[in-house]
Design a protein around this ligand. Structure first.
Ligand SMILES: NC(=O)c1ccc[n+]([C@@H]2O[C@H](COP(=O)([O-])OP(=O)(O)OC[C@H]3O[C@@H](n4cnc5c(N)ncnc54)[C@H](OP(=O)(O)O)[C@@H]3O)[C@@H](O)[C@H]2O)c1
Length: 260
């Protein structure tokens, strides 16, 4: 494969599309079209990457693009995608952690999944080279096209089936979304005492680094793993009147202690 072979269209101009389009542009890969429901968001994205044209049309049958990234919300893909028409020879790939590859079967023959395992927000840059890209394709030829492209964007490319990706996504929800919710609850506890959340930054960073260096089981510290009942009781006293935090505290404390 050669970089110059790629001619890409992105369906969607949201958070994922925003970062993917930037990474493709940085890698000097041609973006032909960006579709969005509203012209404004597609136009904003093509202006940012300074290539391609914005469109709100769903008929791509005569498009010269050979790769289509589907970057629409997960609940929208199975329904709205059927309103689109793509060139027969193009490779269509969705970017979802949860949707199976089969969701694309009704709109194309050459299909795949190109799932970057990262959380994307507007206005927060990410280093795409470090993001694991999870690939799955309908055949070997599609795999060649997808894996060469993925290799241009990232140093970490993995082949993961739809079945395994479901568990990967679930694990990511535990590790990323749930941890972040705990950060928010923790910030709330500190706010009441007018202590800046930033004080926890070094501790949290070390916890994450350690979990990946020696493993989360070995890294566990704190009153629950020490079976320090006095401290646990003091904490539950402090949380009296805040039923949500108290319930989460008890649940996680019991989980760490191995109590079902
Ligand atoms: N965000 C992440 O952190 C992340 C990470 C990995 C994978 N992904 C995957 O990437 C995909 C896109 O997610 P996202 O976070 O980028 O979504 P998003 O920010 O909500 O953007 C969705 C895009 O789809 C368009 N859209 C929404 N509803 C539509 C409809 N009914 N018909 C046509 N177009 C519609 C929106 O158009 P308008 O702009 O005009 O409203 C927008 O351009 C999902 O499959 C998601 O699982 C996301």
């Amino acid at each position: 494969m050669e970089k110059s072979w790629y001619n890409i269209s992105i369906i969607g101009a949201g958070k994922l599309a925003w970062h993917l389009a930037q990474a493709l542009t940085d890698a000097e890969i041609k973006i032909n079209q960006v579709y969005s429901r509203s012209e404004a968001s597609a136009t904003k994205l093509v202006q940012r990457i300074n290539q391609g044209s914005a469109t709100i049309e769903k008929d791509f049958s005569f498009s010269s693009s050979n790769i289509f990234f589907i970057a629409l919300p997960d609940d929208v893909v199975p329904t709205v995608l059927n309103e689109f028409h793509f060139p027969e020879s193009a490779l269509l790939m969705h970017t979802s952690g949860t949707l199976p590859i089969s969701v694309l079967e009704s709109v194309g023959k050459q299909i795949g999944v190109f799932y970057p395992l990262q959380t994307f927000s507007f206005g927060k840059n990410v280093d795409f080279k470090k993001i694991p890209i999870c690939l799955e394709t309908s055949d070997e030829n599609c795999l060649k096209q997808a894996s060469f492209l993925a290799g241009l964007l990232s140093n970490e490319v993995h082949l993961i089936s739809s079945e395994k990706r479901k568990s990967l996504h679930l694990a990511a929800v535990f590790a990323c979304n749930f941890s972040n919710r705990l950060f928010a609850l923790s910030e709330d506890i500190l706010k009441k005492e007018e202590i800046p959340f930033h004080l926890l930054s070094n501790l949290v960073n070390e916890t994450v680094v350690k979990a990946f260096e020696i493993g989360p089981e070995k890294s566990q510290t704190g009153p629950a793993i020490r079976n320090d009942i006095k401290t646990i009781e003091a904490h539950t006293q402090l949380l009296n009147g805040d039923s949500e935090k108290l319930e989460i505290y008890k649940l996680l404390t019991n989980s760490i202690r191995g109590i079902k």
